[in-house]
Design a protein around this ligand. Structure first.
Ligand SMILES: Nc1nc2c(c(=O)[nH]1)N[C@H]1C(S)=C(S)[C@@H](COP(=O)(O)OP(=O)(O)OC[C@H]3O[C@@H](n4cnc5c(N)ncnc54)[C@H](O)[C@@H]3O)O[C@H]1N2
Ligand code: MOO
Length: 402
């Protein structure tokens, strides 16, 4: 019998598959303190102007500019106006009100003399400098007009955007919620920290890495690190979580071995297993199990992390409404020659320093078990499918990992 190998799936095609499976998260009115890093789902319209009222830009004395033309001049201090005072009496001609930064300007005043330009008096004050009308006054709405669109849908909410929304009085914001991801590790060889390492065993690391990657991308991760290598036990472990998650993300157990629990548990149940034209990260799986999106990543640690970067991270970001889902990239000159398998996009780990002449240096070899090289790399070097050799000095695309 002649076995005709299935053609490899392109990186772009599998990216589209995983993103399509995860889809878009629903929009929720979310407490503003929980919105950092999320994407605004609707335009934000100002329900009040900013500042909401005319107020003082300085600690000093609210006056009529016309009363301080000839200086020095002594005026009675008729009122004290700390910030937050809500019942401010109008200013009578020929008087001053002591006023603090941010406090409402009394009706009738049109300027503030800063305290340093006075004797600081509390009953009477000597004003030593004249001020034109408008001096040290922050006018209502000079920042934001009532009804203005201050942030557009699609804007990522950072500290400044949250401050603006908070200043406008919003308690909740419409954002797409964080995707919830169940991260699973399988493998009889895996043990936890603190346990003795018997011959043939290794400490579990992929689950930690992938859960951290999910959280770094803005998602929520639930981590099951030691799911048994047994189909029934695997189903029993994930069953209670399926109603609460948007994606089941596994690593390991998908290649050609005799004990491939992930493959066995999902085959014929909505998940397709395939080979993608990339290295590392060739063996992939994707589909829906009981209605929930599933992405199965290969078990070698570097393969799992590169697969996460290329397929899962963009899908999670897209699901939250990010317009830009790719990492920053740059062109760089590679410092040494490397080879790459024909017909596969190779992602090598690199150290890139833009300040030292835009040179990228491969760290570690191509082996997908080389976790220490991954841990010190700051980028992936992307070698296109058609390229099998690069000479020192050749231009390559790098994708930042931070
Ligand atoms: N005959 C073939 N063998 C392999 C092929 C192939 O095409 N034919 N593909 C190779 C490639 S490429 C990869 S990648 C791996 C993928 O294998 P699996 O996804 O089935 O992963 P495992 O066999 O379960 O594990 C691979 C490797 O990674 C370690 N591992 C797994 N999970 C964890 C974890 N949670 N923490 C730390 N390390 C983990 C595991 O111990 C193995 O060393 O298959 C190749 N083989
Ligand atoms: O594709 Mo495997 O993911 O090279 O190590």
């Amino acid at each position: 019998m002649v076995v005709v190998p299935k053609p490899l799936t392109s990186v772009a095609e599998h990216q589209a598959t995983v993103s399509g499976l995860v889809g878009l998260m629903p929009v929720r009115a979310t407490p503003i303190a929980e919105c950092l890093g999320l994407v605004l789902a609707e335009d934000l319209v100002a329900p009040i102007p900013l500042p909401p009222f005319d107020n003082s830009a300085m600690d000093g004395y609210a006056v009529r500019a016309a009363d301080v033309v000839a200086v020095p001049v002594v005026l009675p201090v008729a009122q004290d106006i700390p910030a937050g005072k809500t019942d401010v009496a109008p200013l009578e001609a020929g008087t001053a009100h002591r006023i603090m930064t941010g406090a409402p300007l009394p009706a009738g005043s049109d300027a503030v003399v800063q305290v340093e330009h006075t004797d600081g008096g509390t009953d009477l004050v000597e004003l030593r400098f004249s001020v034109p009308a408008g001096t040290n006054v922050r006018r209502a709405a000079d920042d934001v007009a009532l009804g203005a669109t201050v942030l557009r849908a699609g804007r990522v909410l950072g500290p400044a955007q949250l401050a603006l929304a908070g200043a406008l009085g919003f308690g909740e914001l419409p954002v797409r919620r964080r995707p919830r991801v169940l991260v699973l590790s399988t493998g009889s060889e895996l043990v936890g920290p603190g346990e003795p390492l018997l011959p043939g065993q290794i400490y579990e690391s992929n689950g930690l890495m992938l859960a951290a990657g999910v959280r770094e991308a803005g998602g929520e991760a639930e981590l099951l690190r030691f799911v048994p290598d047994d189909v029934e036990a695997f189903h029993a472990a994930i069953e209670p979580h399926l109603a609460d998650v948007d994606l089941v993300l596994t690593s390991g157990g998908v290649s050609a071995g005799a004990y491939e629990v992930v493959k066995d548990a999902f085959t014929g149940r909505g998940v397709e297993f395939l080979k993608v034209a990339m290295q590392p990260g060739g063996p992939q799986g994707a589909g829906r199990y009981q209605g929930v999106a599933v992405a199965t990543l290969p078990g070698n640690p570097v393969s799992a992390q590169v697969s996460f970067e290329v397929f899962v991270r963009p899908a999670l970001l897209a699901s939250m409404g990010f317009a830009v889902v790719e990492r920053r990239s740059a062109r760089a000159r590679i410092s040494t020659s490397i080879t790459s398998p024909a017909g596969r996009t190779q992602f090598r780990r690199g150290a890139y320093d833009a300040e030292s002449g835009e040179v990228v240096t491969p760290v570690g070899g191509p082996g997908s078990h080389l976790l220490s090289a991954l841990a010190i790399a700051n980028c992936l070097i992307e070698v296109p499918e058609a390229t099998t050799e690069l000479a020192a000095g050749d231009l390559v695309t790098i994708r930042y990992l931070d």
